[in-house]
Design a protein around this ligand. Structure first.
Ligand code: F3S
Length: 419
């Protein structure tokens, strides 16, 4: 039986108007379906499904209608990437037929009080990054994995409409990863092969995601491959970038929303093996080769149309690494480093963006190569170092895919060929 406070009941009865009533109906319906005891206030909402490529005309109409009902967000709310860079879409080669409905959708979100950050990495944004113990309603699966695992915040994997509903009422149903008991590990994943690179963490994410599904993996030994996290987590850092890739991949190849690393992630540091369920299954990963064989999907492809770095959106550290490697080079193939506007501005202050652009690369904000209309941009052969991009771009954009480490990707950008 779902308990509602008198205030929640009045919102459900329509006291704050039809838009809020609709939002409360969604939150309450989910609570009843999942057997939640009550609703929990959330401190931040992240909305996904923002690209016109995903929304279509029906989705844009749905958002406009909700905005016209006067509903407004009551907690800080941010947006996932859209299908284009909002003020540079013409230069990107996006057609007006795509751009107009995309801008209409963003306008509807903004009218409802959403901050148009257009990034899948709210945790890399000063001012929005969550704290341990925060309850969130985040819909971007890679960000949910980060918030739950790296920060120790509490979020389920919301859908786009349920996240927006939570933003309009400031609450979500208390079930799943909002409950301590549900956060215990279902699998112990021993990694006995080396994982020295971000791409290796992407390959690992493939194997773990496939093996664990929607379980909660506990890694007893992965901390050996992770330097300490930076004090300012919003910079990313070498460790943060590896974990960003791991979380995105296990969420994409499986449906993992939370993992623990012994001695490293907050709950594992505090509770150690007490986090394991008594029936936790043991899995051993002793080679990444099977993952590379699948993810590097088109080994016959050597000419590359687009190299893409930054899935999830690139951190400050990744922009710095790309810039340092490209200094003094001229690219022969198109390079997108996709990131948030906030991170791009931070990196530009230190000159990293200018170095990438001087080499001929593009530091693209607001979008990524999965949610942008890549076929219309005539991209057929792509290369990446990101596990999730290797999974989704062939599916969503029909491209051939080469997957490897950052050095292979940047070399392909410089030479135009995959080595
Ligand atoms: Fe972000 Fe796009 Fe990857 S939304 S997680 S960069 S697929």
């Amino acid at each position: 039986m779902l308990y509602l406070t008198p205030e929640e009941q009045s919102l459900l009865d329509g006291a704050a108007g039809p838009g809020v009533k609709r939002a409360m109906e969604i939150v309450v319906a989910l609570g009843r379906i999942y057997g939640a005891p009550d609703l929990v206030p959330v401190s931040h909402v992240q909305i996904s499904g923002v690209s016109y490529k995903n929304l279509g005309d029906a989705g844009v109409d749905f958002l406009n209608e909700w905005a016209e009902q006067g509903a407004k967000t009551v907690v800080p709310t941010t947006l996932n990437p859209a299908g284009m860079e909002l003020d540079r879409w013409e230069a990107m080669g996006i057609s007006p037929g795509f751009a107009r409905p995309q801008l209409t959708a963003i306008g509807a979100f903004v009218r409802m009080g959403v901050t148009p950050t257009m990034s899948c990495t709210p945790y890399l944004m000063p001012g929005f990054a969550p704290k341990r113990g925060d309850h969130l309603a985040w819909a971007e699966s890679s960000a949910v994995a980060w918030a739950n695992s790296v920060v120790g915040a509490f979020s389920n994997r919301e859908g786009g409409p349920s996240a927006l509903a939570a933003a309009l009422v400031g609450r979500t149903a208390r079930y799943g990863y909002h409950l301590e008991e549900e956060r215990r590990a279902t699998h112990v994943v021993e990694v006995t092969c080396p994982v020295p690179d971000i791409a290796d963490f992407g390959a690992l994410s493939y194997l773990v995601g496939k093996a664990v599904g929607n379980g909660v993996p506990y890694f007893p030994d992965l901390g050996a491959w992770l330097p300490p996290l930076p004090e300012d987590l919003t910079l990313g850092g070498e460790a943060g970038d590896r974990l960003k890739t791991l979380g995105a991949g296990v969420a994409a190849y499986g449906a993992v929303a939370l993992y623990h690393i012994a001695g490293y992630t907050p709950e594992a540091r505090d509770q150690g093996e007490r986090l394991l369920r008594p029936d936790a299954q043991r899995i051993v990963i002793d080679s990444l080769a099977p993952a590379y064989a699948v993810m590097d999907a088109n080994p016959e492809t050597t000419a590359i149309d687009l190299v893409t770095i930054g899935c999830p959106h690139a951190s400050y550290t990744e922009l710095q690494q790309v810039a340092e490697r490209l200094q003094g080079h001229n690219l022969t193939t198109r390079l997108w480093v996709t990131t948030s506007r906030i991170t791009r501005e931070r990196a530009a202050q230190d000159g990293w963006v200018q170095i990438i652009e001087a080499a001929g690369g593009e530091v693209v904000a607001d979008t990524c190569a999965v949610v942008a209309p890549m076929r219309a941009l005539n991209v057929k052969r792509m290369a990446t170092n990101a596990g999730k991009m290797a999974c989704y771009a062939p599916m969503h954009s029909g491209v051939d895919m080469r997957f490897g480490d950052m050095e292979q990707c940047l070399e392909a950008a410089i030479t135009g060929k995959w080595r």
